[in-house]
Design a protein around this ligand. Structure first.
Ligand code: EPZ
Length: 417
């Protein structure tokens, strides 16, 4: 089992090119199951992406990598099932459901269990598909969906703007009979990227200013060459690493507008932030000021996926920061790890109060989940002395060459084992 060995204290400075967004590439690969042969560029090398490619193979769509692109080719009829071990390997494999029912008229899956972020129900995904004519039953931890006469358009209102449920609905609606009108949908940049991809394949999809999504189903979708948007969470992670170590970073291949909530917090904490069309330059003060109050919200609010790395930065800032996690019920598993470094954090329910300390000290740490793992690494980069971070499989799900990038930015980090 590999670990990171980190000797903290170096400033993070230099230039980093940010990889493509995992959370765009995954739904786009799921959509590729119902489209013609496609070339999807800027796909990061992550274990979650490899799992998605394997799932596509089971669904009758071959996926192979060429450099940073994934080429999808329609093959045989494929299967109605995703093997249990692939469902278990990645909770977001549920995003294949809409495409499977659209393509095969059926789907059989194990239910994606609750995971490290607390209960993660899929009721909204199932509600949307049932509105579109799918029969859904659950038995023995398995989910059976069928639509033998195909899916039809529907008016669907999501009671919460779930990212995955929005993606599943859009993918299913793209080839359903008639019009789907989706309200209460998520509007994360990754949703717009999925819509761009599907439009490029011939889908008829519009998003109104009020966020209503209209999809007029088409008979068939052709293929397209599409470039995945940059990963806003990876970008924010590198910026926080520089911000908390008194560093200076030029992050390239970034859409500054996608991370504006994060940039304004960093500016408010004393960082100088300059932006261009596809870059952000951050110059950190010697010591950050606290962030005030950070509440996670659906986009364009502050993203839950950045909460942990922002918290890592807050642990060494001057003053007190209040975090309120509004998206997931249990997303503070990094807190005990940051405390091992000497951070002062008190949690109660959805709130966490972080009082910045002058110094952190290296410790033996565990990466508890993907973004929590990144936060732990950032804490170790700022700490004096050596830290060892285990549980890298979580980090490998979402960061393409985190240690290589950090090393090139001056950090003393290596992977062992
Ligand atoms: C996506 O997960 C992302 N994953 C997550 O990123 C991200 O944290 C999340 O959106 C929120 O932004 C991918 O895109 C692959 P949701 P998703 O459905 O789609 C509740 C990362 O670190 N809910 O918007 O699963 C749910 O329990 C990952 O990259 C229901 O109640 O998120 C949660 O509290 C982790 N019923 C909230 O909505 C449902 O049917 C948001 O979930 C669906 C969701």
């Amino acid at each position: 089992m590999s670990v990171y060995i980190i000797h903290g204290g170096n400033r993070v400075r230099g230039r980093v090119a940010v990889h493509g967004a995992k959370n765009s590439a995954l739904p786009i690969l799921a959509a590729a199951a119902v489209c013609g042969d496609s070339v999807i560029e800027n796909c990061p090398r992550l274990t979650d992406i490899s799992v998605a490619m394997e799932i596509l193979g089971h669904l009758g769509c071959r996926a192979r990598r060429e450099g940073d692109a994934i080429l999808t080719t329609q093959g045989g009829p494929g299967d109605c099932r995703i093997p249990d071990e692939l469902m278990g390997a990645m909770r977001s494999s549920i995003v294949f459901l809409g495409g499977m029912v659209a393509r095969h008229g059926c789907a059989e899956l194990t239910l994606p269990g609750g995971c490290e972020l607390g209960a993660r129900p899929i009721d909204l995904h199932l509600f949307a598909l049932s509105q579109m004519g799918a029969d859904i039953t659950e038995a023995g931890g398995r989910l059976y969906c069928s639509a033998p006469r195909g899916l039809h358009g529907a008016r669907i209102n999501l009671s919460f703007p779930s990212v995955g449920a929005t993606e599943n609905t859009i993918i299913a609606a793209a080839t359903a009979r008639g019009e789907t009108v989706l309200t209460g949908a998520a509007r994360e940049p990754e949703i717009l990227d999925l819509i761009d991809f599907l439009r490029g394949c011939g889908a008829s999809i519009d998003m109104a200013l009020d966020g209503t999504i209209r999809v007029e189903g088409v008979e068939r979708l052709h293929g397209v060459r599409h470039r995945v948007i940059p990963d806003r969470i990876a970008a924010g992670t590198y910026l926080c690493a520089a911000a908390m170590t008194g560093g200076e970073l030029l992050a390239q291949d970034v859409v500054p507008g996608h991370i504006s909530s994060c940039l304004s917090l960093l500016e408010g904490a004393g960082c100088r932030v300059e932006t261009g069309p596809d870059w952000v330059r951050l110059t950190a003060p010697e010591r950050l000021e606290a962030f005030g109050t950070v509440k996670t919200m659906p986009y364009p609010g502050f993203p839950t996926d950045m909460q942990s790395v922002m918290m890592a930065a807050a642990t060494v800032a001057r003053g007190t920061t209040l975090f309120v996690e509004n998206i997931f019920e249990s997303r503070y598993r990094h807190v005990p790890e940051l405390r091992k470094l000497g951070a002062s954090i008190v949690t109660e329910g959805r709130a966490a109060v972080v009082t910045g300390v002058e110094r952190l000290t290296g410790a033996s740490l565990v990466s508890t989940d993907l973004r929590g793992g990144a936060a732990v690494v950032l804490g170790a980069l700022a700490a004096e002395g050596e830290s060892v971070v285990a549980g890298l499989d979580h980090i490998d799900r979402g960061y393409d060459d985190l240690e290589g990038n950090l090393r090139r930015l001056g950090a003393d980090i290596k992977r062992d084992g």
